[in-house]
Design a protein around this ligand. Structure first.
Ligand code: F6R
Length: 609
């Protein structure tokens, strides 16, 4: 979703801003712009489309200066257009603003400002901000920002510069991420770490309602009430290269190949061979507290929600605690039953997804305990939850989530085992069997990655189809949902996943001659039933590609093409099974010539409702 970069220092801000915005391209955007103070005035250059359009515009009409803010916009209020792009300014161009988030009461503020004679040029919610700051400005930018944000409802990360005070950038956030980068003789703001990682690894993670005042040599942080805040520096341990393609054609395929390592890293020091304890430093839930818990909600969006579905199966199976899985945007408005006997597990790669964060807050307000599974250290979700289990997937840049998903699965297994041990619902022998098998997953994932030919073959002969369906039962159904989402989001092929036993209750009507069906058949308990379901679609003309364990040659009799994954415990199969589905989506999108890493209309981090 929208990206923010700001720079104050000795260098020309323009290349720093453009470079930073490029690092944020993965978040998804439809227009871009910069506002630069050139020594005497603010100049705004902005346009619809890719950053290369903005670069061309700047080449035609060069600008430079030591102070600037930049933005990539993902349209919410007002269509993608030059005029709606950020930065926005007040009428006399003395105040420049970039904004991520949504100002929910912007219409009320806009009407009020218009009644005072303010004129508006855009359809955006953001434009009220520079006008509001203008209204309050009487020679002190920080004071004016404090008064302005006091009037705002909704979510915002704001970067603000002022022609009359060109020695500073003012930044403030509420429910939308913003960081401050510490340089030498220069300082930065950004909505995400990769934007400034080439310049500094030391950052402040701004908390809600904190205001940062940056000069080139100093950073001061205060609350929105003006009280000083003492913040710890957060040192980023991963380097800029982890956010580069490293020789791969796309981030997505690089990230798919990073999965064996991501799985291993997420298990490391938590579950270990020959050790019967699960070590979870950041989870403090005790046996006594768990006894009091009668229900678990897993709440998340998109791919993370699909990881939650696997979580439900494994927690119920191993720990014998009832689990409900909810889509965060539905959960928050359905009046869920939450109390101190409820445990919520939120899952979010970015840790900034607005709906997930809102569900988390709702749970906390109701006295429920919250465990967060997230990939981003210091993210809002991590900071708001009682306990955190970090997935160590490393930065995920491609919009389509891959390595974050498999590490979310690993986190789910770890939590399920942890709860099962506390609850004494599995024996030590059962624990050891699962633990030992989990430790083989990185190696087995590598084996899956080494067999791409069948998937490339499938992609080459099916990329032109308009519909492709996925079917499975039990955990295979949960994986089918994720495989189908992957395909539709990057290849734009219409796809749905069905619980195979449900087909005959309606969806089988869609099956016609030649339609590709991806059938997942790893779960032994329902294997025979699954084979019957495959026969049902085959007999209606479907072209089926079956996914099964190595050694199961039986399935070849029923399907047109087979992909094998190494044998593992059924509950762990999703980790291996999803990898060929990710590859299948990837190769199909490549065959179609789609923009794999930045699919249309999508954003990496969905920080608005
Ligand atoms: C799909 C995808 C999205 C995200 C969803 C939640 O490939 O990436 O469906 O999973 O937007 O995002 P996080 O996990 O950051 O909360």
């Amino acid at each position: 979703m929208c990206g923010i970069v700001g720079y104050i220092g000795k260098s020309n801000a323009v290349p720093v801003l453009i470079d930073g915005l490029k690092k944020l391209e993965y978040r998804g955007y439809d227009s871009a712009g910069v506002c630069i103070f050139d020594g005497c005035k603010l100049t705004v250059t902005k346009c619809k489309g890719r950053l290369s359009n903005l670069e061309d515009k700047i080449k035609d009409d060069p600008i430079s200066g030591n102070l600037g803010i930049g933005h990539t916009r993902w349209a919410t209020h007002g269509q993608p257009s030059d005029v709606n792009s950020h930065p926005h300014t007040n009428k006399d161009m003395t105040i420049g603003v970039v904004h991520n988030g949504i100002i929910e009461n912007y219409l009320k503020i806009k009407e009020w400002l218009m009644s005072l004679g303010y004129e508006f040029e855009t359809e955006t919610d953001t434009e009220v901000v520079p006008h509001l700051i203008d209204y309050f400005y009487d020679g002190d930018l920080v004071q004016a920002v404090m008064k302005a944000v006091d009037k705002l409802e909704g979510s915002y990360a704001l970067g603000i510069i002022c022609k009359n005070e060109p020695d500073k950038i003012v930044a403030v956030r509420k429910d939308s991420p913003l960081i401050v980068g510490l340089g030498k003789g220069e300082n930065f703001i950004a909505s995400d770490i990769p934007a400034i990682l080439s310049y500094t690894r030391d950052v402040y993670l701004l908390d809600n309602r904190e205001i940062a005042i940056l000069t080139k040599d100093d950073i001061k942080i205060i609350t929105q009430e003006g009280l000083p805040v003492n913040k710890e520096i957060f040192h980023v341990t991963w380097d800029a290269q982890s956010a580069e393609k490293g020789g791969y054609e796309h981030f997505m395929i690089k990230e798919i190949h990073e999965q064996p390592k991501a799985i291993k890293d997420t298990m490391t020091s938590r579950i270990m061979a020959d050790c019967d304890d699960i070590k979870l430093d950041n989870i403090t839930l005790t046996k006594e507290q768990l006894k009091n818990i009668d229900k678990i909600y897993i709440v998340a969006c998109g791919t993370a929600y699909h990881a939650g579905m696997v979580g439900k199966y494994v927690i119920e199976k191993l720990a014998r605690i009832p689990v409900e899985v909810d889509i965060a945007s539905e959960f928050r408005y359905r009046d869920p039953i939450l109390n101190e006997k409820t445990l919520m597990i939120v899952v979010s790669q970015s840790g900034e997804t607005a709906d997930t964060l809102a569900a988390l807050k709702q749970a906390k307000e109701s006295g429920s305990r919250v465990i967060a599974i997230t990939n981003v250290v210091g993210s809002s979700v991590a900071r708001e939850a009682d306990d955190v289990l970090y997935t160590w997937a490393g930065p995920e840049i491609a919009v389509a989530s891959t390595k974050a998903y498999v590490t979310q699965l690993i986190a789910m297994y770890i939590i399920a085992l942890y709860l099962a041990r506390l609850n004494e619902t599995i024996t030590i022998e059962e624990y050891r069997e699962i633990r030992d098998e989990m430790l083989t997953l990185p190696e087995k994932a590598q084996i899956v990655l080494n067999q791409k030919e069948e998937l490339q073959k499938f992609a080459a002969s099916n990329y032109m189809h308009k519909d492709i369906y996925y079917i499975g039962r039990g955990l295979d159904f949960a994986v089918a949902l994720e495989g189908s989402l992957k395909l539709k989001e990057i290849s734009y092929i219409h796809s749905d996943a069905y619980a195979a036993g449900e087909l005959k209750h309606g969806s089988i009507a869609l099956i016609e001659k030649g339609i590709p069906v991806i059938a997942l058949a790893t779960q032994s308990q329902v294997y025979d039933k699954m084979v019957s379901n495959i026969k049902e679609v085959v007999s209606r003309g479907a072209k089926v590609i079956g996914f099964a364990y190595e050694g199961n040659c039986e399935i070849e009799k029923t399907v047109n093409q087979t992909v094998y994954i190494p044998k593992t415990l059924d509950i762990l199969a999703p980790v291996l099974l999803v990898i060929p589905l990710q590859l299948l989506a990837y190769y199909t999108a490549v065959e179609k010539g789609c923009d794999v890493d930045k699919p249309r209309n999508l954003a990496k981090s969905v920080t608005v409702e």
